[in-house]
Design a protein around this ligand. Structure first.
Ligand SMILES: Nc1ncnc2c1ncn2[C@@H]1O[C@H](COP(=O)(O)OP(=O)(O)OP(=O)(O)O)[C@@H](O)[C@H]1O
Ligand SMILES: [Mg+2]
Length: 242
């Protein structure tokens, strides 16, 4: 086992006008997005999470990846042969774990616009150990691997959407993460680029035996995963294999 969500719950307080009206003052209605959710993954597992818009897919990925604390429940990760309770770590330790343990790919790449493709991929490595030579050599290798060997010095704005997402994959892999979390990574790509992107992601998943969780609206994309779950009513429901 590499990561486990135990009885995770998360609610958001509604902040719309009705909720703020006098009637409900002091007692704002809240929406329970995740309810006692359980999940456990082995190293090398690749799962897809489907579910309606607003069902809580992004919320779950953020909680799993150390970006958002659950109200109740725990995220346990296996690190150097010991179990760590992610949210019982202090801020520095949590930030360190996010950087070395998890790789994130989002719908919008979130590349730093004023840095080149190469520098964007070097960044997480530099944060880890401030070794410029090592960072450059790892980043170059990863950009080769995603087919961007001719774009090392390009600024994100001068890359296509598909190329930007490939830089985002390379950046997500920069610190050789245990777990890759991808939230609608093809949501912003046309179907030809989405297919190419998924082909690459599938190849990397199997080459590196990555543990990967992908949240998507697309049945097509989800079909590449070893297991598919639907997020509904705050829980994950395993879907029959296709
Ligand atoms: N920071 C927040 N404050 C208040 N409510 C939030 C917040 N983040 C998410 N929510 C609410 O929690 C619910 C789940 O949101 P989430 O973004 O996890 O859904 P999703 O499944 O990723 O949807 P989509 O498929 O549209 O990306 C939604 O109703 C959303 O409005
Ligand atoms: Mg989402």
């Amino acid at each position: 086992m590499i990561i486990q969500a135990n009885q995770v719950s998360k609610s958001y307080v509604s902040s719309n006008k009705i909720a703020k009206s006098k009637k409900t003052k002091g007692n704002l209605p809240s929406t329970e997005v995740l309810k006692n959710l359980d999940l456990s993954l082995e190293a090398g597992d690749f799962i897809a999470i489907l579910g309606a818009s607003g069902s809580g897919k992004s919320t779950l990925l953020h909680i799993l990846g150390g970006l958002d604390k659950p109200d109740n429940g725990k995220i346990m990760i296996a690190n150097n042969n010991q179990w760590l309770d992610l949210y019982s770590q202090n801020e520095n330790e949590l930030a360190h774990l996010r950087n070395i343990y998890f790789g994130f790919i989002f719908q919008f790449h979130h590349l730093l616009p004023e840095f080149t493709a190469l520098e964007n991929v070097m960044m997480p490595i530099l944060i880890k150990n401030n070794n410029n030579k090592e960072a450059k050599s790892i980043a170059e290798k990863l950009l080769y691997e995603v087919g961007l060997q001719d774009k090392l010095e390009s600024m994100p704005a001068n890359l296509s959407g598909g190329e930007q997402q490939r830089v985002a994959i390379a950046r997500a892999l920069a610190n050789n993460p245990q777990i890759l979390l991808a939230d609608e990574p093809t949501g912003n790509l046309d179907s030809a680029n989405a297919d190419k992107f998924m082909e690459l992601l599938n190849k990397l998943q199997s080459d590196y035996s990555l543990t990967m969780i992908i949240a998507t609206h697309s049945e097509d994309i989800a079909s590449a995963a070893h297991k598919r779950y639907k997020l509904a009513e705050g829980k994950l429901w395993e879907m029959p294999s296709t």
